[in-house]
Design a protein around this ligand. Structure first.
Ligand code: ZN
Length: 309
């Protein structure tokens, strides 16, 4: 049997319900994977319990199913991956690539958010102090070629500083968990919003330090609200209504500038999704949003079959 090497994923955080922006992310990663005969995995990034919303994780999974996006295998829960993250941090400490940082918020002010390496070399746990753990970055550029955004390069030491691996409050950092889990799940292609473009070089750097394979990246432009902010749970994007799943899928396809299915296929999510896999065209996804950025497809007069979008 032919086994595809393509493994994609969608990785929501259960801090709120799915909204149109997160549906776009789910759909883009799904279509890119399925159009490549690849697998599509779901990973629940439940790393930060105080920010999570009770019931959100199961509601997200239900919403994906309601929109015809079925995943392969079991959902991976980051809350069950702490031992793996701890092991990686221990390995980095032993290799002198990570260090303990006791800096307070005020210690870190005045450098544009770029950590200045104050605690480098601190390789034993400080007594009587709360501490974070950081990855020491090198004075070099980390670059990659994004499938939509083109070449993107960052000088980590100057532009970002040493990366937090475990926060002072004890929670593992997103940047660590995403890299460890992408490697663990064998993810070959990361398809996500351009708000994470900026995080990619530090993730690639950590992959290099850990001798993990670097996946291919595709960052599509993120949907914004009328203030130009990314639509997110924090900006109160409306939760998706599964009773409107067909329309939601067409709005998401329109945002990605994909062809829309003919009317007779728009009654069932499975038909829309199958049609979209067959017609998936990365070349049509815009690198940046056309002006006005604030206009989401639902308001842009895009006509889709019977839906007055
Ligand atoms: Zn420090």
């Amino acid at each position: 049997m032919f086994m595809s090497r393509y493994i994609g994923r969608f990785a929501p955080s259960p801090t709120g319900l799915l909204h149109i922006g997160s549906l776009i992310a789910a759909l883009a990663s799904y279509l890119h994977a399925r159009a490549s005969q690849g697998q599509w995995l779901v990973r629940m990034e439940d790393l930060d319990p105080p920010r999570e919303m009770p019931g959100a994780a199961s509601a997200i999974l239900q919403s994906l199913e309601d929109h015809g996006l079925t995943w392969d295998g079991e959902v991976l829960w980051q809350s069950q991956r702490h031992d793996a993250y701890r092991q990686v941090i221990n390995d980095l400490l032993l290799a002198n690539k990570a260090f303990y940082c006791t800096c307070s918020r005020s210690d870190l002010q005045g450098s544009n958010g770029v950590y200045q390496g104050q605690c480098r070399g601190c390789v034993t746990p400080p007594r009587d102090h709360d501490f974070a753990l950081r990855l020491q970055v090198e004075d070099k550029a980390v670059a990659f070629d994004d499938e939509i955004q083109g070449r993107f390069s960052q000088q980590l030491e100057r532009e970002v500083g040493d990366v937090v691996l475990q926060r002072k409050d004890g929670f593992f950092a997103y940047q660590l968990a995403v890299v460890v889990d992408d490697a663990y799940q064998g993810v070959s292609h990361v398809v996500r919003g351009s708000d994470l473009l900026d995080s990619t070089p530090r993730q690639i750097y950590l992959q290099q330090v850990m001798a993990y394979t670097t996946p291919d990246y595709l960052h599509f432009p993120v949907i914004t609200n009328e203030q130009g902010d990314k639509l997110s749970k924090q900006t109160f994007a409306a939760p998706l209504d599964s009773r409107e799943a067909c329309k939601n899928l067409c709005v998401a396809l329109a945002f990605l500038k994909q062809a829309l299915p003919p009317e007779e296929l728009c009654q069932q999510v499975n038909h829309i999704v199958a049609w979209a896999v067959e017609h998936w065209s990365v070349d049509d996804i815009p690198g940046v949003l056309g002006l006005p950025q604030s206009v989401i497809p639902a308001k842009a007069g895009i006509q889709c079959c019977q839906f007055p979008l």
